[in-house]
Design a binder for this molecule. Structure first.
Ligand code: PLP
Length: 421
């Protein structure tokens, strides 16, 4: 191939000159041009749920593309969007009644933030502070970086980011501190919204916290009139063991963001779900109260059809059972690491497992990360550590034998790169 002109995301091209080309995907595998294959242990950035190219989703894409492509969504509608919205309202926590489409996790969060501020302004009680949780990640746009952890990812753009109030991550033993801080902040600042990743903070290091903390955060938010935004971009579609992570805490947020697994990982689509109160806040004979947001590809019919096929797979193919089985395999697989001195912690929530290597540090720029990534890739495994945090977030079709291969490789990585105390 002649010299590539592609600028890749989160890639330092000076240090990663040879970028492998993938020519085909199926199930849990990426296939390279040279005929070798790579086991995708992170579902290609957490999007692939059932496995690559699930036939029902591919068929829905093909069938829909034969009759519908893109349709301007301001002033027009189409059946895939209408049916999908109804399906999402049925599947999501009970208080969510309205679906606003966009095209990536980041845009679904931007929409959520705008809905929250628009709501308060429209009801004549403006609020503008956003409360965020330490170590969170919500995307790479200016707004989503503002509500995410500050650090190397966004240092250059700091002057453009808006101010937020941060509550501590509810690490074991520190849960009350988080709740107390949120109580104080929501009272003092008159906060518009708290945005959280429910149960698992993904890019921040696969940090996990218990469902009761989320329930308490919702209780405090409600008491102070602060909206709760659940960013389920990563945690949705079964990742934490239930369809949405909020459901484990019996919490219905005011706004919920979903993307990634929404189309089973085939094609970009996102949705922001909101309560009727938030919709009604924008429903008015006064045009100034319109929700002023759009993107050109809002509610792409082909993407909506892919998402509908994903919903049908959930209904017809015992996905919940598969997820429960995968969660049990992950929990069992991590047992062998509990007494392994090369790891300082291992944890699991639903289908997600994470281990902290006793070497280097967490975080994207920690030198250990790329070394580990190369080590795994040489064995045909796609594991993309967050610094010293190794995690497995596999497609639900992965087998026990394939998981064992991953645990074996992680154990070997521990021996090779981990430090003994
Ligand atoms: N929110 C969370 C919790 C995420 O994990 C991500 C991406 O990893 C995003 C938002 C941003 O999604 P996208 O990359 O589709 O813009």
């Amino acid at each position: 191939m002649s010299q590539s002109r592609v600028w890749h995301p989160f890639t330092q091209h000076a240090l990663e000159p040879a970028i492998p080309e993938i020519v085909r995907t199926d199930g849990a595998y990426l296939h390279k041009a040279d005929g070798t294959r790579i086991l995708d242990a992170i579902s290609s950035w957490w999007v692939v749920t059932h496995g690559h190219r699930h036939p029902r989703i591919i068929k829905a894409i093909e069938t829909t593309a034969a009759s519908l492509d893109q349709i301007i969504f301001a002033g027009f509608t189409h059946e895939p969007a209408e049916r999908l919205a109804k399906a999402l309202v049925d599947l999501a926590p009970s208080e969510l009644d309205w679906v606003f489409y966009s095209d990536s996790g980041s845009t679904s969060v931007e929409v959520a933030l705008k809905m929250a501020l628009g709501y308060f302004r429209n009801i004549g009680a403006p609020r503008s502070r956003i409360v965020v949780m330490e170590h969170s990640y919500h995307g790479d746009t200016i707004g989503t970086m503002s509500v995410g952890a500050r650090g190397v990812f966004n240092a250059a753009y700091e002057p453009l980011l808006f101010e937020v109030d941060t509550i501590p991550f509810p690490a074991p033993g520190r849960e009350q501190e988080t709740l107390d801080r949120f109580e104080a902040v929501s009272r003092d600042q008159h906060a518009a919204a708290l945005i959280v990743e429910p149960l698992v903070l993904g890019a921040g290091g696969m940090l996990m916290y218990p469902a009761w903390v989320l329930a308490e955060l919702k209780r405090i938010a409600e008491a102070s009139g602060t909206l709760l935004i659940a960013d389920e971009v990563m945690t949705g579609w079964g990742r934490t063991g239930t369809m949405f992570a909020c459901q484990q805490a019996h919490v219905s947020p005011d706004i919920l963001c979903t993307s990634k697994g929404l189309t089973g990982g085939t094609i970009p689509l996102a949705a922001t779900l909101a309560t009727d109160a938030i919709f009604q806040g924008h429903y008015s004979l006064d045009r100034k109260k319109t929700f002023f947001h759009s993107s050109s590809y809002t509610a792409n019919p082909i993407a909506c059809a892919a998402a509908l096929a994903n919903v049908e797979i959930w209904q017809d193919e015992s996905v919940a059972e598969r997820i429960a089985a995968l969660g049990a395999l992950q929990a069992a697989g991590l047992r062998r690491f509990r007494d392994n001195p090369c790891f300082t912690d291992c944890r699991v929530t639903g289908t997600i497992a994470a281990l902290d290597l006793r070497a280097g540090s967490a975080g994207y720029l920690a030198e250990i990360g790329p070394k580990l990534r190369t080590f795994f890739l040489e064995q045909g495994l796609l594991i993309r550590p967050l610094g010293n945090v190794l995690y497995l977030l596999p497609p639900y079709c992965i087998t026990g034998a394939e998981l064992d291969r991953l645990y074996d490789a992680i154990e070997e990585a521990g021996e090779r790169f981990g430090l003994k105390p």
